[in-house]
Design a binder for this molecule. Sequence first.
Ligand SMILES: [Cu+2]
Length: 87
Amino acid sequence: MLVIMKNHQFEPRLLHVRPGQAIRFDNSDDVLHSLLLVGRESVIGEEFIDPGQSYTVRIPQDMPPGTYELACTVHVDMRGQIVVSGE
Ligand SMILES: [Cu+2]
């Protein structure tokens, strides 16, 4: 699963995943972005991604189903959502 960080937005902005699934974040902008999964910082906690770089995270198998807020701590308006379904 792939998310592009482009024009200070997450594309797609809403992502449906299953536990155990991997998500790759590509920074396509020419500025630094960061990643934070609000309330689940142990999964993604302020991970900085340089321009042109990527970061891959695997959703833990024991991640409770629900909707989680994805944030870039550098840009306050850069927000996304990850919806984790049941297994
Ligand atoms: Cu950003």
